[in-house]
Design a protein around this ligand. Structure first.
Ligand code: BG6
Ligand code: MG
Length: 221
C-alpha cells in the first residue's frame, strides 16, 4: 500500500475564517462604492489577496493606482487581523480535531495547503499547528489556486506522490487545483457549489472512520 497524504485547506475547512474575509472585503468594496454580495464572496474563496482585490475592482469597473492598490491590500489585511486576533480553539470547525487525530493515530501524513499568508498565525491561535507535518501557504507559492502549485509542494514536502494525496477544500478554485494536481478532491460545504469534487461532505461530522479507512487504500484514477 502506498503512503498517503491528507492535505487540508485552512480557511473554511479547519476554521471558520471565511466569514472574516467576507466582512473585510465587503467593507473595502463598499468604501469604493462597489456592491459586494455573498455570491461574489464565494468566487473569492481560495483566491489570493492580490487576485481578490483585482476581481473586486473588475466587478466595480474601477481602475486605481498601484500605490492605492497596495494600500487597500494593507487595509484589508489590517481589518482581517483584528478579527483573527481573538481567535481560539472554539473557532475550529466541527469534528476537525477528531479527523486529524484519527489520521495521526493511523500514521497518515498531514499537510496544510492554504492560499493565506496568515495561515501559521491562525493555526497557532487555535492550537492545531503541531498536527501538521508540512505547512504550505501563501508565502510559499507563486501561483494561486486553481493552479495546483500549493498542493504539489505540499505533497512533495511529505514525500507522497500526487495520486496518493487527498485534499479537503471548501472553495471551487481549490477543488479545481486538487483535480488538476491529480489528487482526490473532497469538498467541504455545499454539494451544488462544489460539484467538481470527487466527494462532498457538508462538514466533517459526517466523515466516518470507514470512509477514511477506504481512503487509506484508494488512488486517484
Ligand atoms: C484563502 C481564502 O484561504 O486565503 C481567501 O479563502 C483569501 O479568501 C486567501 O483571500 C488569502 O488570504 P490572506 O490571509 O493571505 O489574505
Ligand atoms: Mg478555503
Amino acid at each position: 500500500m502506498s503512503k498517503k497524504a491528507f492535505i487540508f485547506d485552512l480557511d473554511g475547512v479547519i476554521v471558520d475564517t471565511a466569514k472574516y474575509h467576507f466582512l473585510a472585503w465587503r467593507n473595502l468594496a463598499n468604501t469604493l462604492g462597489i456592491p459586494f454580495s455573498e455570491a461574489q464572496n464565494e468566487q473569492l474563496k481560495g483566491v489570493s489577496r492580490v487576485r481578490s482585490l483585482q476581481k473586486i475592482l473588475e466587478w466595480g469597473n474601477k481602475t486605481i493606482s498601484e500605490e492605492e492598490f497596495t494600500n487597500l491590500m494593507i487595509e484589508k489585511n489590517k481589518e482581517y487581523l483584528t478579527y483573527i486576533s481573538t481567535m481560539n480553539e472554539s473557532e475550529i470547525l466541527p469534528d476537525v480535531p477528531r479527523v486529524l487525530d484519527y489520521l495521526i493515530k493511523n500514521q497518515q501524513a498531514i499537510a496544510l495547503g492554504s492560499a493565506s499568508k496568515n495561515a501559521r498565525i491562525i493555526l497557532e491561535k487555535v492550537g492545531l499547528i503541531d498536527k501538521f507535518q508540512a505547512i504550505v501557504d501563501g508565502t510559499n507559492v507563486t501561483k494561486g489556486k486553481p493552479d495546483p502549485e500549493v498542493f504539489l509542494i505540499g505533497a512533495k514536502s511529505v514525500g507522497v506522490t500526487p495520486e496518493n494525496c487527498i485534499v479537503f477544500e471548501d472553495s471551487v478554485a481549490g477543488i479545481q487545483a486538487a483535480n488538476s494536481a491529480q489528487m482526490i478532491s473532497i469538498g467541504i460545504g455545499n454539494e451544488e457549489v462544489l460539484h467538481e469534487a470527487d466527494y462532498v461532505f457538508t462538514d466533517f461530522t459526517t466523515l466516518t472512520e470507514e470512509f477514511m479507512n477506504s481512503l487509506f487504500i484508494t488512488e486517484k484514477v
